[in-house]
Ligand binder design. Structure first.
Ligand code: ATP
Length: 237
């Protein structure tokens, strides 16, 4: 469904992502794991059209999306939950969800999707009229994911959903993502610093470090030791 082909992304002289290739199949949960500065966010920002790769292609369902604007990429059904959530803090929970559906006109499906979000995250239903800025960090993360669902995506990218959250809340967020994939068949590409979380949730894992993929495989086949070596670069010291 999504194919990243020899992607290289630079910030001026600095090469943040070098010759990275990977694929995400329809209905799959794929995780990019790696330490700080590995190039994970850069990869996601390139997929969503915010950054322009200097080399390589990003292909969605056989069509090239690299080089398109973020709006065009979004129109192809690629939605992102950015690091730090970026919800509209002065709007209510419900208004944030409605903003997510701003480009849609299918009213019935929009209300069904609101019901789907509330089923996934019941707290958002309870707090629907509350100002989003007053939600806890975990609730804001849920709202950011809910708003992304409201765009009716075919693939969702999520940048560090566990950032700054307590373990119990992270469990809830991941349970919801797994349920979402199971019930809606949504394809997910998640960036995560915690390899342990990634192993639990993902079908497939890519370990990124220093802008390069150091290890790849099905989570069921990967050993924790090999992931640690690739993640921390033990073999190269
Ligand atoms: P983290 O887990 O800390 O968010 P990351 O794996 O997402 O890290 P990136 O944010 O993609 O890593 O950064 C990759 C490299 O690019 C780092 O060396 C970072 O300092 C650099 N970088 C990121 N954004 C910019 C920018 N806007 N300008 C210049 N360099 C940048």
């Amino acid at each position: 469904m999504l194919k990243i082909d020899n992607l290289t992304v630079k910030y001026g002289q600095l090469t943040a992502v070098r010759d990275v290739s990977f694929e995400v199949e329809k209905g799959e949960i794929a995780c990019i794991v790696g330490p700080n500065g590995a190039g994970k966010s850069t990869t996601l920002l390139s997929i969503s059209g915010v950054l322009n790769p200097s080399e390589g292609d990003i292909i969605l369902n056989r069509g090239k999306i690299s080089g398109l604007s973020p709006e065009q990429v979004a129109n192809y059904g690629v939605t992102q939950v950015p690091e730090g959530r970026h919800i509209f803090t002065s709007l209510t929970v419900e208004e944030n969800l409605i903003v997510g559906a701003a480009l849609r006109s299918d009213k019935k499906a929009i209300s069904e999707d609101i019901a789907k979000v509330v089923d996934l995250f019941p707290i958002l239903g309870e707090r629907s009229q509350q100002q989003a800025g007053k939600l806890s960090g975990g609730e804001q993360q849920m709202l950011a994911i809910g708003r992304a669902i409201m765009t009716n995506p075919s693939i969702m990218t999520i940048d560090e959903p566990s950032l700054g959250l307590a373990p119990l809340i992270i469990d809830k967020v991941y349970e919801a993502l797994i349920k979402l994939r199971k019930e809606s068949g949504l394809t997910l590409l998640i960036v995560e610093q915690s390899a342990e979380r990634a192993l639990k949730a993902a079908d497939k894992i890519y370990v990124l470090r220093n802008g390069e993929i150091k290890l790849r495989g099905l989570s069921s086949n990967l050993k924790g030791d090999d992931i640690s070596k690739a993640y921390f670069g033990f073999d190269e010291r």
